[in-house]
Every structure is written in structure tokens, then in C-alpha cells.
Ligand binder design. Structure first.
Ligand code: GTP
Length: 688
């Protein structure tokens, strides 16, 4: 079995605005690297990367898929990322797994709002990028304008590495400014043959000037280049490439390439650029994490002989089983070997390992640090889990799974749907840790919770399309949290008589409020200290944990409080597990009621991009929604407004913003924290 040498691996994603051509580019990459034998076109519904039925129907990409392809000596793991930032966890997990990205812009539309949002996310994760300006064949193509927008809207520093020859319909190829060649792509074999020619005389002058500009940019990352440039000494192509690579990996410069994926021009130079300028797993900072005792692990070097540590960045339902995509940060994963799942606290087995190709799976025995592979056999794993060597337990830092904040009741439409609903929901949960399901104890309804309206809309859509389950849905609701505002105590005694035998339990509890964001802390002293058996101890802990998740007054989960067990008096012959469980559950409920309970509501970090002319109107509506504006920044003729807003006010905002900005505004929203709910909400629950 062949392992990719570490330095030859490129784990990359393609990011772009919807319709900029991400899928069309990916299809060419698979074709030219020999992964597919035919180009599947998006408009024919045949693209390989868009495998889900609704992706093929709509011609858009919703979930990420990872596939490996070989380009010369290079192994490229291509991670197809979603263009919709609303699926935060999708974007987040892709960004975690990849080391570099290709950003695609359309030469006609330029930098569109969605690309701005994804670009900023990539900035946040310090992902090195190169850029491909696509659709150079279309009427109105203007790559200079796109470069200008990259500077102005994205604050990026583009470095143009090519010049186009011909415009729009007569676009015939590109000049490679570093190699000093004109490249064309043979129409006879769908662009497979790249022909190299001297630079056409009519653009020789322009190419010379552009090359000088490029060398000046490269000189910022290599002082020797600057000296030679000033002296007029010739600078070898390799030195220029090395300097640009350094600047790219440091996220200080973005090399730009041109082409038209649909007309099969410019893809091979882009693949060369992935190899030349984007980092190998060794070029990026090592992963970090923490040990079970909370001690930080500063770095997990990308070393195949180190202790194993991998991130399950995607779990997919595959013929009823879990197919888990692993990004290996350190060590070696072996097929059949035991792994420790740090998030679930259990052993797992990767029975079989695969390298995922576009159309087929290649079974492998092991996979090394730096690589991306898929595994079958892991049973408990969920997206975002850390898998590691049982002798070196570690939890990777970073992939924080936000708490669901929107709830939606669903009801099966027919009898058939009733039977299929829960199994289908379970599979959807494997894939998406931000999506959860529970039953409302009072109404018996199935409640879905997730990150937002659109998130749950996609889930219900997938239920129908992929699992054939039709459901009726209610209106989206906010998921509140319950907490207490003062300390409270309770000594709860439970007694019952069953078949003439008295059984019971007694539990003494003390509750205290915690700071916002601290969550629930359940403190049960060890069994020996309380003078109870291990069985009673386990029953007590379980009952308190369960009680905290269902709340006391409103049924919403408790948060930001400490529940401390102070005593568990035992009466011989009377105290039982059932009795202690009941006493603990009731005791928690009564204590919380005595603690002046209140509700907390989810607040969201909102970012709106709007043309300046509508900014006043948009700001006004944010304030009306109890929003707190936290910053406004201008980029050319658009404004980026950042605000903290209660989620309860944000249902249907997409439609509202579109109409307020004539369709030109866009927004992204992420959960921030829980904070005091307003009196109107407290009144609804009889708390004010
Ligand atoms: N003229 C022209 N059309 C192109 C080019 N590249 C892609 N297209 C067309 O643009 C449309 C969108 O392309 P896609 O590849 O689906 O874009 P995408 O970025 O993957 O879109 P999402 O999957 O929705 O995120 C399709 O109809 C393509 O055929 C190009 O270079 N020139």
C-alpha cells in the first residue's frame, strides 16, 4: 500500500459564492487528475461532487464531500465545502479539516456577499488561500474589477500570477508570468492537453510590467529578491515561487489565477498552484487539545509515529451504517485497531479504512498523520468527535458545537411516515451535532432543535427527499433556559408503600446561582463521604442530571447553577434506589422553585452586509428588535453592521432584510450566549 509522503499532501477546500463555479471547477479537477473519465456537468445534474439528490436537482452544494486525487507527485484531498454559511457547523468542520483553500470568484459578478462571509470565516481560522477568477469567457468578464473588489471588500492582497489572452468569447488562454509562457488548452481533448507557447507580442509589454509587479510583491517575503530586483539581476522562477509560497502560507498574500472552467481553460495551472503555494500538513501550526484532567496539550506534531489523534470531521449515513471522515493530526490509524473516543468516553473500532475517490472506495490498512480517510465500524462517533490512542487520551480543541436554540414540532403525515420518522431523524443526527431530537413529555410531539430556521427547514426537506418521510411542522420557537436568581435549600423525603412494604429515600440539596455561561454543575460527594452504596450514588447522580435537563418550572433545561448534595440519610430496610431517585428529582424541582427562577433567552451575533444607502433603515430595524449594535464598518459602498440580537426577534428576518435592501443585503447569525429574557416572556410562563 502506498502512503502519500507528508510534504506531498494538500488538504484543500474550495470556497465560493453560490454559482461562482465551485462544482464545475471540481468536476474538471477530477477529470484532469484521472479520477473520472467524463466531465459531469452541473446543468445536466451529473456532477460527481454533488451527490445528494437535492444537490443534483437544484445544482447547488449543501454538504461537504471529501475525495482524493493525484496530481503529479501530489495527493490532493479535496473537501467540497458548502456555500451557505447558515450551516455553520458544515463550514466550521470543513475549515477544521483543511489546510488551505481555493477561493473562486466569477469574473462577471466579482466578490459577492456570500464569498465575503466565507472569506472572513477563513480569515478567522487563518486558512491560506489562492484564488481562481472563473467565467473569463462570459460577456462582461472583468478580472481587474474582481481584483479591486478583493482588496476593497475583503481587505486581501491579491498577487496576479497570470494575464489573460483575449477577452470574453475570444479568451484563449493565460500567460504564466513567472515561467514567461503562454498556455492554451486543446479543444480536441476537452482541455486535457496544455500547449505552451511564447508570450504573444501584443501583450509582451503588459506581461513585463505585470511580472515586475509580481516580483515586487514576492520581494516582501524574501529580502534577497528585493536586492537583486534593485540591482537588475535576473531572478530565477523557483525563487519567486518560494517567496510567494511563504507569503501565501502566512496569509499575507493571495495568488490569483484566471480561467473558465466550463470551457476547460486554466484548471491545470490552478492544480499546479495548489501544489506550489498551498501548505502541506507539516506547514501549518500543529493541532492543540486537552487531556482528560484538563491539562492543555500545546501541540500534536504531525508525525506518523506520534500518539494517534484524529478528528471525525464528518459522519455520514451510508446504507444504514456510519461512514466517518477522519482528519489525522498525529500518529497512524490502523484498520481493526482500537480507538478511544474522547467525546463519548468509549472505545471504538475502525473496522475498515478507505481512501475516498470520486466514484469508488479504495480499502487501505492504515493511514498516517496529515491524511484524510474514511472509516466504517465506528458506532458511537458523532461529527466533531476526537479519536485517539487509548494510552494518550486527548480532546482536540476548536470544534465547538453550539447549543441548539430553535425548536420545531413535527408530526408525521401518514401511518407509514410515523414508523419511519424516528430512525430517519437518528441518522440525520449522526451527521449534524447541532441538530437534536426529543419528545415533548406533555404533548407527545416530536421536537427538533437546531441552529436556526433555515437549518431546520433543510432537515425537514431532507426527511422527505432522502428518507421518504412526510411531516407537518409547527412554527419555529425559541429554546429558552431556566435558572435561579438566589440560593435555595431543600430536604426532600420520599415515601411510598408497595405491596405492604414501605420504601423511600431522603436527599438534602443546596442550589446556588452561577455566572452566565457556566452551565450546570452537579456536585455529588463520593459514596464513602455520603455513607451510601455505589448503586445509590449512581441513581442519585443520574436523577439530578436528568432533572436538570428538563427544568423545574417551565420545562426548559436548567443552566448557570450549582446543585450540591449535602446529605443522603439512609434508613435500613426503607431506603431504595427508586426512593432516592424520586427524592432527588422532586427535591431539585422544589429547591429550584424556591430559588426565584427566571428564564434566559438566546442572543445571537448578527452580521449584516448592506449597501450604504439602506444602512440607516437596517440599523433602525435592528434596534427595534432589541438589538445592540456593536460595530459598523464601511467597505466601499457597503456597510457591515455587527449587533447582538435576541433570536426570538429574528424569525423571518431573511425576507425582511431582502425587502428592506431590494435584495442586496445579506446576513449571517451565530449563537452568542444566553441572557435574561424580557418581562413579556417571563409573564407568559408566570415568572413575573
Ligand atoms: N460561462 C461560464 N459558465 C460557467 C463557468 N463555470 C461555471 N459556469 C456555470 O455557472 C453555473 C454555476 O456553476 P456551479 O459549478 O454549479 O457553481 P457552484 O459554485 O458549484 O454553485 P453551488 O453548488 O450552488 O455553490 C452553472 O450553470 C455552470 O455551468 C464558466 O467558466 N463559464
Amino acid at each position: 500500500m502506498q502512503h502519500p509522503p507528508l510534504d506531498s499532501i494538500r488538504n484543500i477546500g474550495i470556497i465560493s459564492h453560490i454559482d461562482a463555479g465551485k462544482t464545475t471547477v471540481s468536476e474538471r479537477i477530477l477529470f484532469y487528475t484521472g479520477e473520472t473519465h467524463k466531465i459531469g456537468e452541473v446543468h445536466d445534474g451529473e456532477a460527481v461532487m454533488d451527490w445528494m439528490p437535492q444537490e443534483q436537482e437544484r445544482g447547488i452544494t449543501i454538504t461537504s464531500t471529501a475525495t482524493v486525487c493525484r496530481w503529479g507527485a501530489w495527493w490532493i484531498n479535496l473537501i467540497d465545502t458548502p456555500g451557505h454559511i447558515d450551516f455553520t457547523i458544515e463550514v466550521e468542520r470543513s475549515l477544521r479539516a483543511l489546510d488551505g483553500a481555493v477561493a473562486i470568484f466569477s469574473a462577471v459578478e466579482g466578490v459577492q456577499p456570500q464569498s465575503e462571509s466565507v472569506w472572513r470565516q477563513a480569515d478567522r481560522y487563518q486558512v491560506p488561500r489562492i484564488c481562481f477568477i472563473n467565467k473569463m469567457d462570459r460577456v462582461g468578464a472583468d478580472y481587474r474589477e474582481t481584483l479591486r473588489q478583493m482588496e476593497e471588500k475583503l481587505g486581501a492582497r491579491p498577487a496576479l500570477l497570470q494575464l489573460p489572452v483575449g477577452v470574453e468569447a475570444s479568451f484563449s488562454g493565460v500567460v504564466d508570468l513567472i515561467a514567461g509562457e503562454f498556455l492554451t488548452f486543446s479543444e480536441a481533448d476537452q482541455g486535457r492537453t496544455v500547449e505552451r507557447h511564447p508570450i504573444p507580442a501584443e501583450i509582451a509589454g503588459e506581461a513585463m510590467a505585470a511580472r515586475e509587479e509580481l516580483i515586487e510583491a514576492a520581494a516582501d517575503f524574501d529580502d534577497a529578491i528585493l536586492a537583486d530586483f534593485l540591482d537588475g539581476t535576473a531572478i530565477a522562477a523557483e525563487r519567486i515561487r518560494a517567496a510567494i509560497r511563504k507569503g501565501t502560507i502566512a496569509c499575507r498574500i493571495v495568488p490569483v489565477f484566471l480561467g473558465t472552467a466550463l470551457r476547460n481553460k486554466g484548471i491545470q495551472p490552478l492544480l499546479d498552484a495548489v501544489a506550489a503555494y498551498l501548505p502541506s500538513p507539516r506547514d501549518i501550526p500543529p493541532a492543540t487539545g486537552q487531556r482528560p484532567d484538563g491539562e492543555a496539550v500545546d501541540s500534536l506534531p504531525c508525525d506518523p509515529v506520534g500518539p494517534l489523534c484524529a478528528l471525525a470531521f464528518k459522519v455520514q449515513a451510508d446504507e444504514g451504517r456510519k461512514l466517518t471522515y477522519l482528519r489525522i493530526y498525529s500518529g497512524t490509524v490502523k484498520a481493526g485497531g482500537a480507538l478511544w473516543n474522547s467525546n463519548r468516553g468509549c472505545f471504538e473500532k475502525a473496522a475498515r479504512l478507505f481512501r475516498m475517490h470520486a466514484h469508488k472506495r479504495e480499502q487501505i490498512d492504515e493511514a498516517l498523520a496529515g491524511d484524510i480517510v474514511a472509516a466504517i465500524g465506528l458506532k458511537e462517533v458523532l461529527t466533531g468527535d476526537t479519536l485517539c490512542d487509548p494510552a494518550h487520551k486527548v480532546l482536540l480543541a476548536g470544534l465547538t458545537v453550539p447549543e441548539p436554540v430553535v425548536a420545531l414540532a413535527v408530526e408525521p403525515k401518514g401511518v407509514d411516515d410515523r414508523d419511519k420518522l424516528l430512525p430517519a431523524l437518528e441518522k440525520l443526527q449522526w451527521e449534524d451535532p447541532t441538530f437534536r431530537v426529543h419528545e415533548d413529555e406533555e404533548t407527545g410531539q416530536t421536537i427538533l432543535t437546531g441552529m436556526g430556521e433555515l437549518h431546520l427547514e433543510v432537515v425537514t426537506d431532507r426527511l422527505g427527499r432522502e428518507f421518504g418521510v412526510q411531516v407537518k411542522t409547527g412554527r419555529p420557537q425559541v429554546v429558552y433556559r431556566e435558572t435561579i436568581t438566589r440560593a435555595a435549600e431543600r430536604q426532600e423525603v420520599f415515601r411510598t408503600e408497595f405491596e405492604g412494604k414501605v420504601q423511600g429515600g431522603e436527599v438534602h440539596l443546596r442550589l446556588a446561582p452561577l455566572h452566565r455561561g457556566e452551565g450546570v454543575r452537579i456536585v455529588v460527594p463520593p459514596a464513602e463521604v455520603l455513607g451510601i452504596t455505589r448503586e445509590l450514588h449512581a441513581a442519585l447522580t443520574e436523577s439530578l442530571t436528568r432533572g436538570a435537563s428538563t427544568g423545574c418550572v417551565t420545562g426548559y433545561p436548567l443552566t448557570d447553577l450549582e446543585v450540591r448534595v449535602t446529605a443522603v440519610p439512609v434508613e435500613a430496610g426503607i431506603t431504595t434506589e427508586t426512593g432516592v431517585r424520586a427524592a432527588a428529582g422532586r427535591g431539585l424541582m422544589h429547591a429550584a422553585r424556591n430559588g426565584a427562577p427566571t428564564l434566559l433567552e438566546p442572543l445571537m451575533d448578527l452580521e449584516i452586509i448592506t449597501p450604504t444607502e439602506y444602512a440607516g433603515k437596517v440599523l433602525g430595524s435592528v434596534q427595534q428588535k432589541r438589538g445592540r449594535v456593536e460595530g459598523i464598518s464601511s467597505q466601499g459602498n457597503t456597510e457591515a453592521i455587527r449587533a447582538l440580537v435576541p433570536l426570538a426577534e429574528m424569525f423571518g428576518y431573511m425576507t425582511e432584510l431582502r425587502s428592506a435592501t431590494k435584495g442586496r443585503g445579506s446576513f449571517t447569525m451565530e449563537f452568542s450566549r444566553f441572557d435574561q429574557a424580557p418581562v413579556s416572556v417571563l409573564q407568559q410562563f408566570g415568572l413575573a
